[in-house]
Design a protein around this ligand. Structure first.
Ligand SMILES: Nc1ncnc2c1ncn2[C@@H]1O[C@H](COP(=O)(O)OP(=O)(O)O)[C@@H](O)[C@H]1O
Ligand SMILES: [Mg+2]
Length: 241
């Protein structure tokens, strides 16, 4: 038996998640290694957001475990989970519309694991020059793309080791989508580990190092980007292509 090295940054095992009496996730397992960018691809209603919410314990799973860097977090509250290095950008972005851009960023600020503080305002503004320009503007006055940027920047302000992005391309014009994509690539280049849920395969494949496909609440494929590309029947069967 080969001795395993350090555990994956995120390890999700056997999740069963229900809304009321209807089961949404079925024995769902997923791993994200440090430095990797995993695309969680699936059709509308496949269970992508529920997977993200289960990891963040907003939709706590009935069975299964979530571990971050080998530490079981299944018993922690969402606010405690935030301090162990998970940054979550929900589907609907949830910026504080009446607060300024900078106010939103300040509200997101907290130390990461081991007291890490890698994302001062200056670094955030360097990565998001549009937010620097709009720093005193109410977040509610930003465009959809700018709000998406703000939501990502606010998550970074919490010094995450792993960033969970739920459909970052949703509802954005193609040119804005390209900007968000370029930004995610920059984050990858800076060593950020990512789990990105998407319906939009084209958007996602350019930023992914590996792919997990979800259908009806179950993972039906996992593999490297190369393996996914070598199996086009996976996309034609499970994704709207
Ligand atoms: N709050 C909820 N209550 C009941 N059912 C829900 C709720 N949220 C989502 N669902 C159902 O769970 C399934 C998965 O939804 P979701 O995780 O949002 O999928 P995706 O993000 O892949 O579009 C869908 O059938 C959806 O209708
Ligand atoms: Mg969703």
């Amino acid at each position: 038996m080969t001795r395993s090295s350090s555990p994956p940054l995120l390890s999700v095992r056997g999740l069963d998640t229900f809304y009321g009496s209807s089961q949404i996730l079925f024995d769902l397992s997923l791993e994200v290694a440090r430095g990797e960018s995993v695309a969680l691809l699936g059709r509308n209603g496949a269970g992508k957001s529920t997977t993200m919410k289960s990891i963040m314990r907003i939709a706590p799973p009935r069975h299964g475990t979530v571990a971050v860097a080998g530490q079981e977090v299944s018993r922690l509250r969402p606010d405690q989970i935030a301090h162990i290095g998970l940054g979550y950008v929900p589907e609907d972005r949830q910026v504080f519309k009446l607060q300024s851009v900078e106010g939103n960023l300040r509200l997101g600020m907290k130390k990461g694991p081991q007291g890490r503080d890698d994302w001062p305002l200056e670094r955030l503004y360097e990565l998001f020059p549009l937010l620097a320009e709009a720093r005193h503007k109410s977040a509610g006055l930003l465009s959809g793309g700018q709000q998406q940027m703000l939501a990502i920047a606010r998550a970074l302000a919490g010094n995450p080791e792993l960033l969970l992005l739920d459909e970052p391309s949703e509802g954005l014009a193609p040119v804005i989508m390209d900007q968000i994509q370029a930004l995610i690539l920059q984050l990858r280049a800076q060593g950020m580990t990512l789990l990105v849920a998407e319906q939009n395969m084209r958007f996602c494949l350019d930023i992914a190092s590996s792919v997990a496909v979800i259908d009806h609440g179950s993972i039906v494929f996992t593999g490297s980007l190369q393996e996914f590309r070598a199996n086009p029947e996976v996309a034609s069967r499970y994704l709207a292509v």
